[in-house]
Design a protein around this ligand. Structure first.
Ligand code: E4P
Length: 219
């Protein structure tokens, strides 16, 4: 399972990279806005800085346009930043057309805002490199986000789609565990959620005991 970090914060991206388990980054307009980035040049510059941190890791950069021509224009510009850029396209009618266009041109895409298996199937048919089902946002409305991962996984297996399942909107460690059990290819999470995988009270108490016993061996 690949781990992507779901942020546009350079410090957090560096921290996750330094941990040695980072395979990529996902951003969205809300995450970019949170970093206070303003203006097209600064947005493109920021994506470049993210790419520089993660080396050969994938970096999802989202188009803002919602019409086919606009998405193509923006997506090509984003893809030009770095070969690791994956153009993030929303699951709308023109988005599906744009995914097909990018796929034919060899530009990788991440179809975002996936909330049903039918949407995932459509994106995979269009040639998306990744689909991003939003697990947490489904849970937020009393729907089973993990169940969606299971459905998409079954469908993609049935037809050998190469499209990777990128579990998004991950809110806590059990989301990661459940997605891993179901074979999701990627989980994109905030740094805090990745770090929460570390936690176990028996690890803490065990280490405390080892260290106090070591003290007794010192000359
Ligand atoms: C990632 O690609 C998504 O934009 C992100 O995971 C959404 O997460 P949220 O529901 O916590 O905003």
């Amino acid at each position: 399972m690949k781990f992507f970090i779901d942020t546009a914060n350079l410090q957090e991206i560096q921290e996750a990279y330094d941990l040695g388990v980072l395979d990529g980054v996902t951003t969205n307009p809300s995450l970019m806005a949170k970093e206070g980035i303003k203006g097209k040049n600064n947005i493109l510059k920021h994506y470049r800085s993210i790419c520089d941190i993660v080396g050969d890791g994938d970096v999802s950069a989202e188009v803002i346009a919602t019409d086919f021509e606009g998405m193509v224009r923006e997506g090509e510009e984003l893809a030009d930043i770095h070969e690791t850029i994956v153009v993030k396209v929303p699951m709308i009618r023109d988005g599906v057309k744009a995914i097909k266009y990018f796929s034919d041109k060899g530009i990788r895409t991440n179809c975002t805002l996936i909330f049903s298996s039918g949407q995932a199937l459509l994106a995979a048919k269009a040639g998306a490199s990744f689909v991003s089902p939003f697990v947490g946002r489904l849970d937020d409305i009393s729907t089973d986000g993990i169940e969606l991962i299971s459905q998409i996984s079954d469908i993609f297996t049935n037809y050998d789609f190469e499209t990777e399942i990128l579990a998004a909107s991950i809110r806590h460690p059990m989301h990661i565990i459940k997605c891993a059990e179901l074979g999701a290819d990627v989980a994109t999470c905030p740094l805090s959620v990745i770090l929460s995988l570390l936690n176990h009270p028996l690890t803490d108490s065990g280490l405390k005991k080892f260290l106090s016993d070591y003290e007794k061996m010192k000359g």
